[in-house]
Ligand binder design. Structure first.
Ligand SMILES: [Zn+2]
Length: 247
């Protein structure tokens, strides 16, 4: 029997009364476990296996799928579940994690980033900025992060910069001609991209961004993922319907 700290990122019904719960855990990375009886609406198992629940769980591993024998809630992250916009962002973050992360590869840093992202969202910090920060870290983990620390062609760390989709990151003013389609990045976006990629989300203080800058980064991230991300993320559709993501 193992005790793990985890966040529920996906649930699938299994038979009449069971659920298969996918969790990100601190100790074991992403795992899937069978939660018997979790589909019964009023069961204790049901309440601790809702999306975004943060808890400790007792897991019995065997030859097949592990099973959950008990769980205790640390935080229900209720204000996420009660707010449609927060739910949309959190669902997207959970699905992105589920799609891009391999099973059973512990990564305590990434676990902390996911947990803190949900906690900040629950407390009311800007879900748009939190999502950008988390996405960039996921892209890095999955091996396709854009180059944002310097010009990807000549290494120049000084701006002004443009963002090139084709080349996958920043081009400085000298190398900009390599991609006429590159998006010009007004200050402070190059620096923010760097901060979002590298900064531990726990250290996030007050960052404010102009709406037009948020929209531009959002558009760049969406286009970038389309090109390099691979997996279809179905919860993006909901964000697009709410006009939070670009088409
Ligand atoms: Zn350059």
């Amino acid at each position: 029997m193992d005790k793990v700290e985890g966040l529920v990122i996906r649930t699938n019904n299994y038979g009449e009364t069971h659920k298969i719960v996918t969790m990100m855990t601190r100790e074991k990375g992403k795992i899937g476990v069978m939660a018997r009886g979790a589909k019964k609406p009023k069961s204790r198992m049901s309440s601790i296996t809702q999306p975004f629940i943060h808890g400790t769980f007792l897991i019995q591993s065997g030859s097949g799928l592990a099973s959950m024998s008990q769980g205790e809630m640390i935080s229900s992250l209720r204000s996420i579940r009660e707010d449609i916009v927060k739910t949309a962002y959190a669902s997207y973050i959970a699905e992105l994690t589920d799609k891009l992360i391999d099973e059973k590869q512990p990564d305590p840093f990434l676990f902390e980033q996911l947990l803190q992202t949900f906690l900040w969202m629950n407390e009311g910090k800007d879900p748009n900025i939190l999502t950008l920060m988390y996405e960039l870290k996921m892209y890095r983990k999955a091996g396709f992060a854009p180059v944002v620390d310097h010009c990807l062609h000549c290494g120049n760390p000084e701006g002004p910069f443009s963002f090139s989709m084709v080349e996958g990151g920043l081009l400085c003013y000298r190398c900009k001609h390599r991609d006429p389609e590159a998006y010009g990045l007004p200050d402070p976006l190059p620096k923010l991209l760097r901060v979002f990629l590298h900064m531990d989300v726990k250290r996030l203080g007050q960052i404010t961004m102009k709406d037009e800058n948020k929209q531009l980064l959002r558009k760049i991230m969406d286009e970038y993922y389309e090109r390099y991300g691979g997996y279809f993320i179905k919860s993006k559709k909901f964000l697009k319907q709410l006009d939070l993501f670009s088409d």
